[in-house]
Every structure is written in C-alpha cells, then in structure tokens.
Design a protein around this ligand. Structure first.
Ligand code: ADP
Ligand code: MG
Length: 336
C-alpha cells in the first residue's frame, strides 16, 4: 500500500485531533490559542506530564495506536495513584518528516479508544517536525477534593503496605519479548507481553483511596524502587514479605522455570499498579474496596522507623522473617 505523506499541520489537527476534543467545551474545537478547564467547586487541579521517545521508550515500528494508549495510560496511572479523577489532556507531537498519515490516523484512533474507556478529552497541544526521533508528550489534568491528594510522604510506622493487581508481569513480558523467557506456554508469554504493551491504570481504585491510604505511588520503576521512594520521602523503611507479593499465574510459571526471574519481577518496572500504605484499622475498608472494584488488593508488608545506620530502606524477608538479598543470579538468603 502506498504510504501518503503528511498533510500540513493545520489539516492534521482538523482531521485527526479536533474530533478528539468534541464534548469538552473549553477545548474550543482546537481552534483557539488556549484551552480552559473549570474544576468543580472545592476541587484542586492535579497535573502530570510524561514524554516518550521512539527508540527509547517504544520501538519505531510498534503499532501507533498502542503507542498512543500507553502514552496516555502512564499519565492516567500517576493521577490514579494520587487519588485524582482525570478530565482532559494536552498532546505535543514531534514528528520526523518520514511519518505517514496512516501512522497519525492509527495514533489518533488509539487515543479515541482510550478517551472512551477513561472518559477524558484532548483539549490542545502542539505539532512540530523534527530531524530526530518521534516524540509524544502528554500532559494530563484532573481534579481532586481540596487537600486530598495522596502523597509519597504520608506513610507512618506500623502502616501496612498494599499493592493492587499483580506485580512483575510487565517486566517478565519484556523478558518474553526479548525471547529470553525459556520454556513457557506461548499463551502465558503473550499474556505477559500484553501487560507490558498495554498497562491498565487503576483509575477505579485510586480516587477511592483518599480516605484510606496514608501514602501512595504507582509502580513504574519497579516494586522495590517505588516502595523505596515512599520510604525515602516518608523518612521510614519497609519490610516486604516476598511470599505475600501477588504474582499472576503466568508470572509464577515463569519464575518456577527460572528463579532468577523473581528478581526481574520484583525490580522490573512498568506494572502501573498502585502501591499504597494504610493503617491496619483500614484493612476492612480496603477489602471492601477490592470487592467493589473487582481489583485484588494484597497486603505485602509493613512500614517501620528508618534504621539509624545506613542500610537498604526496603528489606525483603522470607516467610520465616529472614532478610533476603539480591544477587545477580537471583535471590539468596543472607549468609552469616
Ligand atoms: P500556536 O500557533 O498558538 O502555537 P498552533 O497552531 O500550534 O497554535 O495550534 C492551533 C490549535 O491546535 C491550538 O488550539 C492547539 O492547542 C491545537 N493543537 C496543535 N497541535 C495539537 C496536537 N498535537 N494535539 C491537540 N491539539 C493540538
Ligand atoms: Mg504551535
């Protein structure tokens, strides 16, 4: 099929992006210089931006619709973890001259699908050409009740550490994509790859955590690193019981074939689950939320006072409470 070259910037905006602003009054049909967003009364605006670059965050031949959805979803995940409700977003699209109109059409179709799923609208942006790599930057705006934003720094000693969904699927999906997963049922490998390619932000759970959680973060850098961020800002450390960390059936199968993959699952990023802390007395409320939203929520450990000597803030423990340490070839117990 002949690939058509890109039409001009204004034609591109009118054809592919203006339709994505329909239904959001303050977007002015993408025919003005700015957009206006009016938060509900008593609400604050919560904002997040994330840029992804071809060859760095995605492959140049990845399907354009998936690139669009992932670019939007990583921002949706951040707002969800903060307890905010997403409303609208802006899109900066930096395109190399060889970009085809088909690519832009598929990209816009991906956005349209997720706008439907997540109830957000495109309200503006910028379009530029580059001699460099294709770059997509999305800035997402949402709202939250005054002073309800869940922060990284609110955890208290004794708080229970919870995580939504399952951990490590995306990291193992990437291992599978690289052809390094070994002997595993192809259907399971595909499922893991799907978790890497198209994360599901926990938008249904996040806004309901504002009255339960003390601190919250989404898992983008990996369970241990992101829990480390919560520890750091909260001035605490954390004990994680590895046997309690929720793994999917596919992840368990992979880990059982190769113990070293446990390390990938615990340290790998891109899960976009929510990791949060809450006082023990909120456990019932959290179980109810899990049932209501049909999202598993699992207690995996506890926050405690930071040790005075410098040592790891996140301590992984086996089921008998012994600390485990990370080695290049997997996990082993501390040897005396
Ligand atoms: P300016 O000349 O003021 O920079 P532009 O000509 O770049 O404005 O953009 C015209 C309108 O189209 C603006 O409302 C802008 O927000 C919108 N727009 C431009 N590029 C995009 C894009 N990639 N996605 C959504 N809206 C866009
Ligand atoms: Mg411009």
């Amino acid at each position: 099929m002949a690939k058509s070259r890109l039409p001009g910037e204004f034609e591109l905006i009118a054809r592919y992006f203006a339709p994505l602003s329909e239904g959001f009054e303050g977007a002015y049909g993408l025919r003005d210089d700015v957009a206006v967003m009016t938060p509900g009364s008593g609400k604050q605006v919560v904002a997040k931006t994330d840029a992804i670059v071809a060859g760095v965050h995605f492959l140049p031949d990845d399907p354009a619709g998936l690139v669009a959805q992932k670019a939007l979803r990583v921002n949706l995940s951040d707002l969800a973890a903060k307890g905010a409700v997403p409303l609208c977003y802006m899109l900066d699209l930096i395109l190399p001259s060889e970009t085809t109109e088909e690519w832009v059409a598929a990209f816009a179709a991906g956005l349209a699908r997720d706008q439907e799923t997540f109830g957000v609208h495109l309200i503006g942006g910028d379009t530029n050409a580059t001699p460099g790599a294709l770059t997509v930057a999305i800035a997402l705006l949402g709202e939250i009740d005054h002073n309800q934003t869940l922060r990284r720094g609110g955890a208290r000693p004794g708080d229970v550490i919870f995580v939504t969904g399952t951990v490590g699927d995306a990291a193992l999906g990437l291992v599978a994509l690289l052809g390094e997963l070994g002997e595993i049922d192809p259907a399971k490998a595909d499922w893991l790859i799907g978790r890497y390619r198209l994360p599901v932000p926990r938008v249904g759970v996040g806004p309901q955590l504002t009255n339960l959680a003390t601190a919250s973060i989404d898992i983008s850098d990996g369970l241990i690193a992101d829990l480390g961020h919560v520890c750091e800002v909260s001035g605490l450390s954390a004990d994680v019981e590895v046997a309690r960390v929720p793994f999917s059936a596919a992840a368990r199968t992979a880990i059982n074939t190769d113990r070293a993959l446990l390390e990938a699952a615990l340290t790998g990023g891109d899960d976009y689950e929510i990791l949060f802390t809450a006082p023990e007395e909120e456990t019932d409320g959290i179980e109810q939320l899990s049932r209501r939203s049909s999202v598993p929520i699992t207690a995996i450990g506890r926050m405690r006072k930071a040790p005075t000597e410098t040592q790891e803030r996140v301590i992984l423990r086996d089921s008998s409470g012994q600390p485990m340490k990370i080695l290049r070839d997997g996990w082993q117990h501390f040897q005396g």
